[in-house]
Design a protein around this ligand. Structure first.
Ligand code: PMP
Length: 317
């Protein structure tokens, strides 16, 4: 994601919507100095036929944000429903008629020196910007194993989307890109597959869809949850959540990344080895097509995952 980004026009900041330029903090802000913030990332998908912007699973994203915040001893004065309403208002003001990305951020806002979580003021902000693809090549990524390990649950819990832990993700991502890869696979401290720098990982082997369990120091991805459900319900696949060895990845028939940013991307090469045929596999392709249909509102059965921004949805069959 190196392309210049269009800045938002507005931000939700200190309880109200303000021009984006006014949403600023002091250099002494606790979160900026110590990484004591938690964030989310969700997408809005533009459906041209319905002239509608659909938020994908906003309640689930905001629920995770609230849980991440509680790990850092923050209590947000918001519920998933109220945050979704705030986001709708913000997006109505932006007036986007294209895909966009939303970044809610809860942070330790006190202007102070002092490493701790208690007795520090919290604040919440949110903004949204137009957003297309996160990786250049969703058709076939080339990845390497990172020499960095994933942050351990007993160091910084990966289950919470904690800003400070993204120093770990940044080390992983930059070293992968600078070594010529598109992404990296990251192992836990005990050497099993965890996830990538900012996406969950799944593999297909002997017709099963296999992914590491939530106890493998990974973010409990909402796309991961979505893909596992779609794979079972729509493709009739057996889904297995279990520890994955490095060598199983080499032997996988298909390998894929999933996340809000990356969406669903095939991994076709791991270091010098081809995965499966070396092209996007058929299960990955079916999941990917289905996912795009679901997030843009073209599958009635999963419309309940979508919240329209511009008007109340009439009930669909
Ligand atoms: N793992 C990490 C480390 C991430 O940053 C993300 C992106 N939020 C994911 C996994 C995927 O999570 P989700 O599907 O909820 O976007």
């Amino acid at each position: 994601m190196t392309a210049p980004q269009t800045l938002p026009r507005y931000a939700y900041f200190n309880g109200t919507i303000v021009p984006f330029e006014q949403a600023t903090v002091s250099v002494m802000t606790h979160a900026l100095n110590y990484g004591t913030a938690v964030f989310g990332g969700l997408r809005g998908y533009w459906n041209e036929a319905e002239e509608q912007l659909f938020l994908f699973r906003p309640d689930d994203h905001f629920e995770r944000l609230i849980q991440s915040a509680s790990l850092l001893r923050m209590t947000l004065p918001h519920t998933p429903a109220s945050l979704t309403e705030t986001l709708r208002t913000l997006l109505q003001q932006e007036g986007y008629r294209e895909n966009c990305y939303v970044r809610p951020l809860a942070y330790k806002a006190s202007v102070m020196i002092g490493v701790r979580l208690h007795d520090v003021d919290d604040a919440f902000t949110m903004f949204a910007l137009p957003f297309g693809q996160y990786v250049d090549n969703e058709e076939g990524l080339h990845v390497g194993f990172s020499a960095w390990r994933r942050v351990d649950d007993n160091a910084i819990p990966a289950r919470g989307k904690i800003a400070g832990a993204y120093a770990n993700s940044s080390l992983i991502k930059s070293d992968a890109l600078l070594a010529g890869y598109d992404e990296a696979l990251v192992l836990t401290q005990d050497g099993h597959l965890s996830e990538s720098s900012a996406a969950n990982v799944l593999l297909v082997r002997r017709g099963q869809l296999i992914t590491p369990p939530v106890s493998a120091d990974l973010l409990e991805g909402i796309t991961r949850r979505t893909v596992l459900q779609l794979a079972q319900e729509e493709l009739g696949l057996t889904v297995v959540e279990r520890q994955i060895d490095r060598s199983e990845i080499y032997l996988a028939d298909e390998l894929l990344l999933c996340g809000t940013g990356v969406q669903i991307a095939a991994v076709t090469r791991v270091e010098h080895r081809r995965i499966g045929s070396g092209d996007m596999g058929s299960i990955t392709r079916r999941l990917r097509d289905l996912y795009f249909d679901v997030v843009t509102g073209r599958v009635p059965r999963y419309r309940h995952w979508l919240t329209p921004v511009y008007r109340r949805e009439t009930v669909q069959a």
